[in-house]
Design a protein around this ligand. Structure first.
Ligand SMILES: *[C@@H]1O[C@H](CO)[C@@H](O)[C@H](O)[C@H]1NC(C)=O
Ligand SMILES: *[C@@H]1O[C@H](CO)[C@@H](O)[C@H](O)[C@H]1NC(C)=O
Length: 252
């Protein structure tokens, strides 16, 4: 990309670690996070099934097959329904949907006999995007070559793909800014990928790094951004490689 320059709005020009100017960031009014942990879940199972009103196992005339009981707990249908409920709506922390799901979960625990289930309120740091843009421009006149939609395509039969902008595409916790810089492709953005670019003499300082989503080598998205930041990159764009995503993958 010697003649082309990329204009990719993602992270600030100087450093990816710049703090966000407060006026550009909206903070959640409140964020609700359930504090009902697995422990409570198992305690509830214990409470419900270890001390039932009638014994679960009373040989020699047991009218209940304990093996069958254990194999059916928790019920597959309930798990399926609950998971469907949680995953069919976007519920980013601090949103109305988040609150509804927290209260729904609390009510379920109460329904199961845990009267003291309650929603705890926390105030963590969390940013939401105000505006986002990703474009490729031709230097030096900056003619627009490509403008990314930043939206998932709607797929028939996939209801969640129809929730456009339910969760806008952005890097959570990323700094605010506007950057135009040359683009460097860095595979998965692992430390080994950056070391390879070093060995080729590719300069990533001040560049926008394009990396594939993916956890090969157990690498988290934040680690990709951090690896780029440590080398002085101006920004990072992460994308899902179609070959590794969705319909290109055969059902397992
Ligand atoms: C970002 O910079 C470009 C040109 O460098 C400018 O056209 C655009 O308005 C800027 N966007 C924001 C949000 O500042
Ligand atoms: C890498 O690029 C940056 C920004 O263009 C420049 O300041 C720096 O000197 C370059 N480093 C090397 C080793 O060429």
């Amino acid at each position: 990309m010697s003649k082309k320059h990329s204009h990719l709005w993602s992270l600030p020009p100087e450093k990816v670690s710049l703090p966000l100017p407060p006026e550009k960031v909206s903070y959640p009014r409140r964020s609700l996070i359930l504090r009902l942990a697995l422990l409570a879940f198992f305690l509830s199972l214990l409470a419900l099934y270890c001390r039932p009103s009638r014994p679960l196992y009373s040989p020699p005339n047991a009218d209940l097959d304990i093996d069958t009981l254990l194999l059916n707990l928790p019920s597959t249908a309930n798990l399926r329904n609950d998971l469907k409920y949680y995953t069919s709506t976007a519920h980013v922390a601090g949103t109305e949907a988040d609150r509804q799901q927290a209260e729904w979960t609390r009510d379920k625990f109460r329904e199961y006999g845990i009267d003291r289930a309650e929603v705890q309120e926390y105030w963590p740091y969390l940013n939401y995007p105000v505006s986002r843009r990703l474009a490729v421009v031709q230097a030096p006149e900056e003619g627009l070559l490509f403008e990314a939609g930043l939206r998932e395509d709607v797929v028939e039969g996939d209801e969640t793909s129809k929730m456009q902008d339910a969760v806008p595409t952005f890097h959570g916790y990323s700094a605010n800014g506007n950057v135009t810089a040359r683009l460097v492709y860095a595979n998965y953005g692992t430390p080994a990928d950056f070391a390879y670019l070093d060995s080729l003499g590719v300069n990533v300082t001040g560049a926008i790094i394009l990396v594939r989503y993916g956890d090969y080598g157990d690498i988290d998205r934040g680690v990709k951004v951090r690896a780029a930041e440590l080398r002085g990159a101006a920004g990072v764009v992460i994308y899902s490689d179609p070959a590794e995503d969705g319909c290109a993958q055969k059902p397992k």
